[in-house]
Design a protein around this ligand. Structure first.
Ligand code: DSN
Length: 402
């Protein structure tokens, strides 16, 4: 259908002409995109390599086994399942593998930086499990002492760490030891920081975590999808059974092929350099906002939070909409202890993984922060801001050039 391909071209133009600062997005390599769009989508392969419910799976088996082996190598773990269709499915499968309905889980809430699947009232996770939350200190970092007290008080069956809007290093060793102390499973959802861990810019959740989930499309720079990792033979058996036949049918082998390619790319020395640049760009941009007098969080990762209400007198929702008029894509985000509603918010989340893939340097990160600051504080109008965005974008690689 012609219209669909025209819309793809328009979306490509949008991606090329703008500055993508949504912290959960990235740009994939040509090989990842080729595999994701390949004829592998034609094949049914319910089951696992060597144990399928369909004939004709010998090449598919090799592709899926390659993905599993590369993933195990990348994170130094014993077992991996590469079939979850998304991060949310991975979390659903992981919970169901080690919990019974109604079990207590202890997580960080969505409003403080967690995720919908970490027990949000509108998500399956709060309907299936008895959810309790730990919180953040006033400086925005996890209150580990309060977490321990809460864990001792409620005795959860599972403690979850790994967040969507948390700009600091997570102390997996401490949370892991609290989980041990109270006899809980320790689960990590590393979706946002998987690339940072693979690239050596964030400590690994292993050996502390019992079960780790992730998406593959954020800092890891793979296709849209999910994965589950563990060092426990007992847990992987449960995960594999819960994934298929428990919750999913035929795996998306085209996406699994693309995942394998992205794991291979993340094992190359250039990926370490890329991740170091992501963290440097993000830190630089956050420091630039702070120097300019805006209220931004500090950061040790690929993202930070900008308080647009305090900095510019506008909600996150309005800031997101205004920035879109100058081709800068961000998302409104709840800030710790936010008094606005989730669909309004007091700020935005900014991430530099995607623009760094296009080759943005420290100077580009400074200019990005300055454009946003100058525009939201009305020092420049949309015409001037658009010109500066165009100049900056002209220094970046096209989104389909790698
Ligand atoms: N929706 C993703 C994000 O933007 O962080 C999390 O899955």
């Amino acid at each position: 259908m012609k219209k669909l391909f025209e819309l793809v071209e328009l979306e490509k133009k949008r991606q090329n002409e703008g500055l993508e600062l949504i912290a959960s997005e990235n740009f994939t390599s040509e090989k990842v995109r080729k595999l994701a769009g390949s004829i592998l989508t034609n094949k049914y392969a319910e089951g696992y390599p060597g144990k399928r419910y369909y004939g004709g799976c010998h090449y598919i088996d090799e592709i899926e086994q390659t993905a599993i082996d590369l993933l195990k190598e990348l994170f130094g773990v014993n077992y991996a399942n590469v079939q979850p269709h998304s991060g949310s499915s991975a979390n659903m499968i992981a919970y169901a593998s080690v919990l019974n309905l109604g079990d207590k889980i202890l997580t960080l809430s969505l409003n403080e930086g967690g995720h919908l699947t970490h027990g949000s009232p509108v998500n399956f996770s709060s309907k299936h499990y008895d959810v309790y939350h730990y919180g953040l200190k006033d400086d925005g970092t996890i209150d580990y002492e309060a977490l321990r007290e809460k864990a001792l008080e409620i005795k959860p069956k599972l403690i979850l760490a790994g967040f969507s809007a948390y700009p600091y290093i997570i102390d997996f060793a401490t949370i892991g030891s609290i989980a041990k102390e109270v006899g809980a499973y320790f689960m990590v959802d590393m979706a946002h920081i998987a690339g940072l861990i693979a690239g050596g810019a964030h400590p690994s959740p292993f050996p502390y975590a019992d079960i780790v989930t992730s998406t593959t499309h954020k800092t890891l720079r793979g296709p849209r999808g999910g994965i589950i990792l563990t060092n426990s033979e007992e847990i992987i058996k449960k995960v594999n059974f819960m994934c298929f036949p428990g919750m999913q049918g035929g795996p998306l082998e085209n996406i699994i092929g693309a995942k394998a390619q992205s794991f291979y790319e993340a094992l190359q020395p250039e990926f370490k350099k890329y991740i170091a640049q992501v963290v440097e760009n993000t830190k630089t941009a956050s420091e630039t906002f702070i120097k300019l007098g805006a209220e931004a969080s500090k950061t040790e990762t690929h993202l930070f939070l900008l308080n647009t209400k305090k900095s510019y007198g506008i909600t996150g929702k309005d800031a997101e909409a205004l920035l879109e008029t100058i081709k800068i894509t961000t998302n409104k985000n709840m800030l710790p202890k936010d008094d606005e509603r989730p669909n309004t918010t007091s700020g935005i989340r900014l991430g530099f993984a995607a623009v760094t893939t296009r080759g943005m340097t420290k100077e580009g990160a400074i200019e990005t922060a300055k454009i946003i600051h100058d525009f939201l504080s009305k020092r420049i109008n949309a015409t001037e801001a658009n010109k500066r965005v165009d100049n900056l974008v002209s220094t970046l690689r096209a989104i389909d050039s790698f």
